[in-house]
Design a binder for this molecule. Structure first.
Ligand code: BES
Ligand code: ZN
Ligand code: ZN
Length: 487
């Protein structure tokens, strides 16, 4: 997609189609030239409502306000209606931007809304859009200078393209995307974007004593990998470590999932895929932050060699874990990957992303991620940055009572709690046992099980992977870069 910021008045730009956003149901606004036609078509300009006037070559979209989160959704909903249609290569629109954030959200809306995943379709229906002209002289004329606008467009493009990159990995089926393939994707990205890349294969994983990760991987014909990507600018303003759950398939293992719950478990690699997408964005923005991305890439399968309920495993940090359910595998993979990440990098911030629990989805719904940890400021920081990026995050607080439910009679800890309630929190508290003292107040765990995979399109997300985690973290890292620069 080619974005072009221009000071040419909108009406002088020749394009196949004009996108007009109707803000706050204001059909009387001077930019709305087709009031009567729209009314006849039953268009009331509600949030995400779209109306195409083919003859007029105008596409109308409703947005509750000029707030970036409303605009992003409105634009994404509008451009999504063009998928599979021909003759709309060139789109024009006013900038609508009172500030750079709104313009950036518009660009993100175009790129996120144009996303399609067609790998397995014989007839591929894609977005026809190739070129988008954005006229600064339109709706909020003069509000933005061209330099600021160009930067906003650039950052929006990177953020949304990285989200789509993550969506592609997650949407790929388990037999086309297994740990070795994830590692190859990471090393190709490293090559293209100048990142440092280290891949640990089983021999190295044994040497590193990552026995819980290896146990989960044992029954699969696809051998595990741990991926480490690093973006290392000179004089970094902060060091951030990201860790992602990369279960390329989660059958549940011997504690096998019921058939209905197994479908969509290709999405259990969403955390790891988000880490790869974030590394892509960080390197393309060349942020002055040192960022390390670790992914534990494993397939959880059944077989004669499978790890079992009743096994006791020893994690990399020496703690013993009684396995009571092989479907609580993500925390086992993350335990070792977190230990490895902390051994390799002493970070100022340590974040992990995982589709860790169904309980998180039950607790907070499909649209929201849960954030956990020992530091309230970090949890609030993540929530704030996520909200600004168009993602939803809510804190889930730890407590001592729930912690006790992980107690084991024969090992240091159980991999599941003895109560069926509070499962997202107990999973987070389990991970907390693998965070060393130096990182305790620097760590946050983000359970993206709800929003990572979309079964019914919502917001800027079509069916399938959403790329959850990418936008919130890119935004947070950008803020860290600015904050440290100011101080
Ligand atoms: N990958 C699942 C969690 C999940 C469920 C993600 C639904 C996305 C949608 C995880 O490995 C799992 O199976 N967790 C179990 C934990 C239980 C055995 C304590 C769960 O949530 O049921
Ligand atoms: Zn599982
Ligand atoms: Zn899982």
């Amino acid at each position: 997609m080619n974005f072009n910021i221009t000071t040419t008045p909108l009406e002088e730009i020749k394009a196949d189609l004009e996108l007009i956003v109707v803000v706050d149901n204001d059909l009387k606004h001077p930019t709305v030239q087709d009031k009567k036609l729209l009314k006849r078509a039953g268009f009331s300009a509600g949030q995400d409502e779209v109306c195409m006037l083919v003859e007029k070559r105008r596409l109308y979209a409703g947005s509750q306000s000029l707030q970036p989160n409303h605009i992003r959704r409105a634009v994404a909903s509008a451009v999504r209606t063009l998928i599979g249609k021909k003759g709309y290569k060139h789109l024009k629109m006013a900038s609508y931007a009172e500030d750079a954030a709104t313009l950036r959200a518009m660009v993100e809306g175009v790129v996120l809304g144009s996303y399609t995943f067609t790998k397995y379709k014989s007839t591929k229906q894609r977005s026809p859009l190739k070129k988008v002209d954005i006229a600064l002289d339109g709706y909020s004329a003069g509000a933005l200078d061209i330099e600021t606008a160009i930067t906003a467009v650039h950052l929006g493009e990177i953020t949304a393209a990285s989200t789509n990159f993550t969506r592609d990995i997650v949407n790929t089926t388990p037999d086309d995307c297994y740990p070795e393939v994830m590692a190859n994707i990471a090393s190709e990205l490293a090559e293209e974007n100048g990142l440092k890349c280290t891949i640990l294969k089983p021999k190295a994983l044994k040497k590193e004593k990552m026995h819980t990760l290896l146990a989960v991987a044992r029954a699969s014909r696809h051998k595990p990998r741990v991926i480490h990507l690093a973006h290392k600018p000179k004089n970094p303003k902060a060091v951030v470590t990201l860790v992602g759950k990369g279960l390329t398939y989660d059958s549940g293992g011997l504690s096998l999932k019921p058939a209905d719950f197994m479908v969509t478990m290709k999405s259990d690699k969403s955390g790891g895929s988000a880490v790869l997408g974030i590394m892509k964005a960080v390197s393309e923005m060349n942020l002055p932050i040192e960022v390390h991305g670790f992914v534990g890439a494993v397939e959880n399968m059944i077989g004669g060699d499978a790890y079992k309920p009743d096994d006791v495993l020893k994690a990399k940090n020496g703690k013993t874990i009684e396995v009571r359910n092989t479907d609580a595998e993500g925390r086992l993979v993350l335990a070792d990957t977190l230990c490895y990440a902390q051994q390799e990098v002493k970070a100022d911030y340590l974040f992990d992303f995982a589709t860790l629990t169904g309980a998180c989805v039950v607790g907070v719904g499909h649209y929201t991620s849960g954030v956990m940890g020992y530091n309230d400021d970090i949890k609030s920081f993540i929530r704030k940055e996520a909200e600004a990026s168009g993602e939803l995050v809510t804190p889930l607080d730890f407590n001592d009572y729930l912690k006790k439910t992980l107690k084991s009679e024969i090992a240091d800890i159980c991999n599941i709690s003895n109560t069926r309630y509070g499962g997202a929190i107990t999973a987070g508290q389990f991970l907390g046992e693998f965070i060393d003292e130096a990182h305790k107040k620097k760590w946050a765990h983000i359970d993206i099980a709800g929003p990572a995979f979309v079964e019914h399109a919502w917001g800027e997300n079509p069916h399938g992977a959403s790329g959850a985690g990418v936008r919130m973290m890119v935004r947070l890292l950008e803020s860290l870069a600015k904050e440290e620069a100011d101080s």
